[in-house]
Ligand binder design. Structure first.
Ligand code: ZN
Length: 97
């Protein structure tokens, strides 16, 4: 009998204004800087140059839309690290910047 699935965490999904609010919170917490390269990025503007809110654990893998599961990334790092299972712990990244 598979009891495990019963206790499985249900991912939180936000949309519309709630998702926008999470983006703002994420942007402010990370000071608008890419958490991989430390580059400052504007909140709005051209998609290639603005801050991206990236999920640490991807939505497709059951990641939630919560402040603990998102971080600011530049377009380049969003594109290259989003599907990378290897994730450097937050503390280590901050120490490296
Ligand atoms: Zn970057």
């Amino acid at each position: 009998v598979k009891h495990k699935t019963f206790f499985k965490e249900i991912p939180i999904r936000l949309e519309g204004k709630s998702l926008e609010a999470l983006r703002d919170e994420c942007y402010e917490r990370d000071n608008g800087c890419c958490q991989e390269c430390g580059k400052w990025l504007p909140r709005h503007g051209e998609v290639l140059f603005r801050a991206h809110m990236a999920h640490i654990k991807g939505r497709g893998r059951g990641g939630s839309d919560t402040i603990d599961n998102v971080r600011v990334l530049c377009a380049m790092h969003h594109g290259t690290t989003d599907h990378n299972p290897k994730s450097v712990p937050r503390k280590v990244r901050h120490a490296a910047v």
